[in-house]
Design a protein around this ligand. Structure first.
Ligand SMILES: NC(=O)c1ccc[n+]([C@@H]2O[C@H](COP(=O)([O-])OP(=O)(O)OC[C@H]3O[C@@H](n4cnc5c(N)ncnc54)[C@H](OP(=O)(O)O)[C@@H]3O)[C@@H](O)[C@H]2O)c1
Length: 286
């Protein structure tokens, strides 16, 4: 048996199609959405991600600007760039590309960002809003996975969902999102991690397994029940080579699965732009 593939591109295309008239309405009202991006250093995967997002912003005709800080930038340089964006009226949402060089404190920098301009939904205020089920920018990768499951009409409400990984980018916010009482959520969510050595006992009974560990090949066919749903969110880069969490052999066991390349990634980018448009709409209303 071969699983049905759930590529991210059709999901992203649907998100961008939904955004088109909203962007047109904003422009008609005199406001073009603006995305600010900050890259620190020259790490090749991060530089590539930022370029991809800028290209998309340019193709959509968004405004905004990019700040590229040197590898040896100080915390004060990073904070200054963030504060500058906070007061820039042309910029509705700001992305600080992660990871940043290890001598810098990402969490401390993030708290300097205006939470309403948080393109990645990562600011502690927005994590708090998510935990409380309040409106606010959602973390992009979890929101992309929620959209993907909705798009492929995978039932989530009342289902047994296991998230492998409790990281702040993916596993933890995703577990909150999918357990919220909202369309696309309402699931019985279990989060497993290194503190749960028998995590496979949980993934094996799950209706939906979402890999969010960043450990190449960690999820193997024997960890899932045939016919169930598998979403691969975690990846690691070795140079330019992308190594997903989900072993390729899972394709032969799962009922539905994201492709190893072009699965969750395109939906993450679409959510970044959705957050940017929503931020512009909020500012237009204000
Ligand atoms: N596809 C995309 O667009 C996209 C976007 C963003 C992030 N990502 C990927 O998502 C992944 C997760 O990122 P993150 O920042 O949320 O997480 P993270 O901080 O890297 O944490 C990884 C999590 O996986 C767990 N884990 C690691 N090895 C494990 C093992 N052997 N057994 C059980 N659990 C294990 C860790 O457990 P402990 O907590 O116990 O250490 C931790 O909770 C990364 O690979 C990242 O590259 C993908």
């Amino acid at each position: 048996m071969s699983a049905v593939m759930m590529p991210g591109k059709p999901v992203a295309d649907a998100v961008f199609a939904d955004l088109e008239p909203r962007v047109a309405a904003l422009r008609a009202g005199g406001r073009n959405p603006g995305l600010g991006t900050i890259l620190v250093g020259n790490e090749s995967a991060s530089a590539g991600y930022i370029r991809m997002k800028q290209d998309r912003a340019a193709s959509l005709g968004f405004g905004g600007r990019h700040v590229h800080l040197d590898d040896d930038a100080s915390q004060a340089d990073l904070v200054a760039a963030i504060r500058d964006f906070n007061t820039d009226d042309e910029v509705d949402a700001v992305l600080i590309q992660h990871p940043i060089p290890p001598h810098l404190d990402y969490e401390a920098a993030l708290t300097e960002l205006d939470p309403d301009k948080d393109a990645d939904g990562a600011h502690p205020m927005n994590m708090g809003r998510l935990a409380l089920g309040m409106a606010g920018p959602l973390p992009c990768t979890p929101a992309g996975i929620e959209a993907l499951l909705l798009h492929y009409e995978i039932p989530v409400a009342g289902r047994d969902v296991v998230v492998l990984g409790r990281g702040f980018t993916l596993g933890r916010p995703l577990s909150m999102l999918l357990s919220l009482k909202r369309p696309g959520g309402n699931a019985a969510v279990t989060v497993v991690h290194t503190g749960v050595p028998n995590w496979a006992d949980y993934t094996r009974r799950a209706d939906i397994v979402i890999a969010a560990a960043g450990v190449p090949g960690i999820l193997r066919p024997e960890h899932i029940t045939p016919g169930r749903v598998v979403v691969g969110g975690g990846v690691r880069y070795e140079g330019k080579k992308l190594l997903p969490d989900v072993d390729e052999a899972c394709n032969e066991v799962a009922g539905w699965i994201t492709p190893r390349v072009g699965g969750v990634g395109p939906t993450t980018i679409a959510m970044l732009f959705r957050n940017c448009v929503e931020a512009a709409e909020r500012r237009a209303r204000a």
